[in-house]
Design a protein around this ligand. Structure first.
Ligand SMILES: NC(=O)c1ccc[n+]([C@@H]2O[C@H](COP(=O)([O-])OP(=O)(O)OC[C@H]3O[C@@H](n4cnc5c(N)ncnc54)[C@H](O)[C@@H]3O)[C@@H](O)[C@H]2O)c1
Length: 311
């Protein structure tokens, strides 16, 4: 298949490109940044806000993975207008390009944040049937909800075949250095103090980026058409679990200080990816520990090769 990947130069997008290339697809990366990982893919330096270009670049394409967005919520906070343009408005551009060219499938990178963070019952397992929050904490969340709705609108109004992929919190090779796992690795290696709000029992289901990319590739199957999938890690990992695992892998004690819990701190809840297993046969291949070991090996290798920050 001929597949265009917006945001294919980024952290998750570059792994999706790898997974699609492995399956023998022809891949074109559409990004404002050049790819950094030497993949045998075509590259177009262009903006997702440029509809004319998107239409031109997707002629005769079979699928578009729409991965580009402002993924850094701090930058989103500081620059909400532009961030929303490239996160939600660009989703319409992608659908419009697909509609114009008769592209067979569009797939959207969304997030588990659409379920919100203040559950009335934290023990209820979240599935794709769980309604999206009507009380989002962040414009990033609202922007992703809007993007999802635009994808659904294009299905209903124009018959476009679409798939929404709701990602858990990814970690692994090529992660942005300002995310939690690389920050902890760096602090342990440099003997710097790690400050934790509360007792560190808050959990997240971290997903190894290679597993996540495999899930995205699996969504392209016919059974993934016009469906929403949670693509998340198996286990609930607490902040303390991350640190204890890193201490064992790095064979180095962390310096940890526990401070007062933030008010309204989200304790985490369980998000099921059973539907992806049932419909498209996807489940994670790596345990959290195996994935973390692979990532730390890569991170340390990057450090010794002089690429600071594990980027
Ligand atoms: N990283 C996470 O924690 C996380 C969690 C859930 C969902 N997501 C979603 O997954 C997707 C990828 O996230 P990531 O962590 O790989 O982010 P990233 O910042 O590493 O990658 C985003 C890519 O989009 C490109 N891009 C940005 N603006 C563009 C524009 N105007 N035109 C074309 N390309 C543009 C960037 O250059 C970058 O290569 C995003 O949609 C994000 O919202 C990320």
């Amino acid at each position: 298949m001929k597949i265009l990947v917006t945001g294919g130069s980024g952290f998750i997008g570059s792994h999706i490109v790898d997974a699609l290339l492995e399956q023998g697809h022809h891949v074109k990366i559409y990004d404002i940044e050049s790819p950094k990982y030497g993949q045998p893919a075509e590259f177009i330096k262009a903006d997702v806000m440029d509809l004319v270009r998107l239409v031109r670049e997707s002629v005769h394409y079979d699928a578009i993975y729409h991965i580009a967005a402002e993924a850094n919520v701090n930058r989103f906070h500081d620059s909400p207008f532009y961030s929303n343009l490239i996160t939600s408005c660009a989703a319409i551009n992608v659908c419009e390009a697909a509609r114009t060219n008769g592209v067979g499938r569009v797939l959207l990178a969304s997030t588990e944040w659409v379920y919100g963070s203040d559950p009335s019952n934290p023990d209820v397992v979240i599935t794709e049937e769980t309604p999206m929050t009507d009380n989002p904490d962040h414009i990033y969340t609202s922007s992703k909800i809007a993007a999802e709705l635009f994808f659904k609108n294009y299905q209903k109004m124009y018959g476009l075949t679409q798939t929404v992929m709701r990602f858990g919190i990814p970690f692994g090779e090529r992660a942005r250095p300002e995310t939690v796992t690389p920050i902890f690795i760096r602090k342990i290696l440099d003997n710097e103090e790690i400050t934790i709000h509360g007792d560190g029992s808050q959990t997240r289901q971290f997903i190894y980026v290679k597993d996540l990319a495999g899930g995205c590739a699996a969504c392209l199957q016919p059974q993934g058409a016009n469906e929403v999938f949670n693509l998340n890690g198996r286990d609930r990992i607490s902040v303390v679990d991350i640190i204890r695992n890193l201490e064992e892998i790095l064979k180095k004690k962390a310096r940890v200080t526990f401070i007062e819990q933030r008010s309204g701190q989200f304790k985490g809840r369980l998000i099921s990816s059973e539907k992806a297993k049932r419909l498209i046969g996807w489940e994670t291949r790596f345990s959290y520990r195996e994935a973390l070991e692979a990532y730390v090996r890569w991170f340390v290798g990057q450090e010794s090769a002089g690429k600071a920050g594990g980027k």
